[in-house]
Design a protein around this ligand. Structure first.
Ligand code: IMP
Ligand code: MG
Length: 174
């Protein structure tokens, strides 16, 4: 399962502890409200599953699918293939994404959702790799871990479709 060119960055236990802290933060910020969580497929599927099960306010879950990566190099092009299925006007929305790198994907997504007139749109990411991001670019409202500029896999994140099932997060040496 693990390969020699893989080095663990965050263990299963470390991830679980941090996701629990994020859930506590969301429970404090959204107490008594109803929130639409928008899961960005496929990378955020495992993260959102662990996160929402610890939330104590009313939650709805929607799915969107975009892809801007092939292998480990950004293609710069965003492929948008699944939109949310319900009306979010007047709703509080939290976008849940695996990782923010250049910020292109999340800028595109938050603009797209903001155009549907929600009450608010916040961004929750598992990982933030801020190295390649311009200063004027958006930053996430909730972040589990800030990472150095390395390509990572596991806990939902893939390399050409592989490694999403790993319970830990690891760097992939190229
Ligand atoms: P951005 O548009 O440059 O912010 O790229 C974000 C998207 O690229 C994420 O949704 C991921 O699918 C993918 N991505 C960026 N960095 C990594 C990584 O280290 N491992 C796996 N996927 C990544
Ligand atoms: Mg992705």
């Amino acid at each position: 399962m693990t390969e020699t060119n893989m080095k663990e960055m965050f263990s299963r236990q470390t991830i679980a502890r941090r996701v629990e802290e994020l859930a506590e933060q969301l429970n404090a910020d959204y107490a008594g409200r109803e929130v639409v969580f928008v899961c960005i497929l496929k990378g955020a599927a495992i993260f959102i599953a662990d996160l929402v099960r610890q939330l104590k306010f009313d939650v709805r879950i929607e799915f969107m699918k975009v892809a801007s990566y092939e292998g480990t190099a950004s293609t710069g092009k965003i492929d948008f293939s699944l939109d949310i299925g319900s009306d979010i006007s007047g709703k509080d929305v939290v976008i849940v994404e695996d990782i923010i790198d250049t910020g292109n994907t999340l800028s595109f997504l938050s603009n797209h959702l903001a155009a549907k007139n929600p009450a608010s749109v916040k961004i929750c990411v598992l990982l933030d790799n801020p190295t390649r991001r311009g200063e004027e670019c958006l930053s996430p409202d909730y972040t589990a871990f800030v990472i150095p500029n390395q390509f990572v896999v596991g806990y939902g994140l893939d390399y050409n479709g592989k490694y999403r099932h790993l319970p830990f997060i690891a760097t992939l040496m190229r």
